[in-house]
Design a protein around this ligand. Structure first.
Ligand code: BGC
Length: 372
């Protein structure tokens, strides 16, 4: 994925949008299915939504929001989750069933973005439009659109938050001892988050400001299989034993999301060591509380309701045979094509700006206020 160009691309895309008044793509590819998409479909058509296993709160919320939002828009919603076991095969079966049942649009939060090419091709062949939701689907031309938060920017914000947190909380001058964690290797987002963070952190590692004491800086060494908390906790335990015995202090940890952040913090606490600066993502309730208590340092607000609303808007545009609005046509190369994307803006959240960041998220704002 050519994510390094994202910031510049996004600016160009916004500029183009301002000049032309719209930046959009004709629904579907050229050929038979594209024709059908451009003509629209019945206002009460079935829309399939295939979500991965519930590895974080955002996925739980997305299912409910899709059920309600699609029904409100007049569609029949078929929302399925991949179960925690046999996840890839089950998601493949679920998508195939949606195709067979005549879904006009299939929205997919991929369990494993590299293993859905056959199913999304079947969807295209049946005349359906495929929208990748939050996670890109890779190595296939049969994915039409991508709706996501700007994942590279998420990584940038996490890297910067780690630096800011260290300056604020480490209690000493650089060098700072840090460790790096990344997400599940089967999720296309994991590398994008990591690359975004490393764009900020690598120069500081190179100039000696940051020291990765374990020496584990390659993404493969930092990966957390299945986004599972226990895997992050075990890896942190091992690193603490191997690299932080005696007086060596761990100052900071790059964590790609909140579930893993809390597991990392638990590991450090169980080892009887001071809690380092730990980043996160998703604004999960327990992490927002932890941030307000001064434990976890940061998270990211990716308001799920906005992303679901954007995906449903795409469905409505397709239904009417209108052009589908996108704001990025350069960044997300899935290995077979550049997938036209609508990217939303993620927001960094620390204790300091939490009330402002959650001004439009009543449930989280209430938590923040209860600490003030
Ligand atoms: C999402 C993150 C989430 C992770 C684990 C990623 O694809 O973008 O928000 O933390 O999956 O569920």
């Amino acid at each position: 994925m050519k994510k390094m160009l994202l910031t510049a691309t996004a600016i160009v895309a916004v500029g183009a949008f301002a000049l032309t008044g719209c930046s959009s793509e004709r629904g579907g590819d050229t050929g038979g299915s594209g024709e059908e998409t451009a003509k629209g479909f019945a206002a009460d058509a079935t829309i399939g939504v295939a979500l991965p296993d519930k590895t974080s709160e955002n996925w739980v919320l997305a299912g409910k929001l899709f059920e309600d939002g699609l029904a409100e828009a007049g569609f029949k919603a078929d929302v399925q989750y991949a179960p925690a076991s046999n996840t890839v095969a089950e998601q493949q079966n679920q998508i195939q069933a949606m195709v067979t049942n005549g879904a006009k649009v299939i929205i997919i939060g991929a369990k494993d973005g590299k293993q859905l090419a056959t199913q999304v091709q079947a969807a295209k062949d049946a005349g359906a439009t495929v929208i990748a939701y939050d996670r890109l689907i890779e190595n296939t031309e049969a994915v039409d659109y991508y709706a996501a938060f700007d994942n590279f920017k998420v990584g940038n914000l996490q890297g910067q938050a780690l630096l800011d947190g260290l300056a604020e909380r480490a209690g000493h001058e650089a060098p700072y001892n840090i460790e790096l964690f990344s997400g599940s290797p089967d999720d296309a987002n994991s590398a994008v988050f990591f690359d975004g963070a490393m764009e900020v952190l690598q120069p500081k590692i190179d100039d000696g400001t940051l020291k990765v004491v374990s020496g584990q800086t390659e993404i493969a060494q930092t990966a957390t299989e299945g986004w599972l908390a226990e895997n992050a906790q075990n890896r942190m335990d091992t690193i603490l034993t191997g690299s932080y015995s005696g007086d060596t202090v761990l100052d900071g940890v790059l964590s790609p999301n909140d579930t893993l952040a809390r597991a990392i913090i638990t590991s450090v606490q169980q080892a009887g060591k001071p809690v380092p600066v730990v980043t996160g993502q998703d604004s999960e309730v327990e992490s927002v509380k932890s941030i307000m208590e001064g434990v976890q340092y940061s998270t990211i607000n990716k308001d799920t309701s906005l992303l679901v609303a954007q995906a449903i808007k795409m469905v409505q545009q397709l239904q009417k045979g209108e052009e589908v609005e996108v704001n990025d046509t350069e960044s997300y190369d899935n290995g077979a094509k550049v997938v036209p994307a609508y990217l939303l803006d993620p927001v960094i959240v620390t204790k300091e700006n939490a009330a402002e960041a959650y001004a439009n998220v009543p449930s989280l704002l209430e938590i923040v206020k209860s600490y003030q």
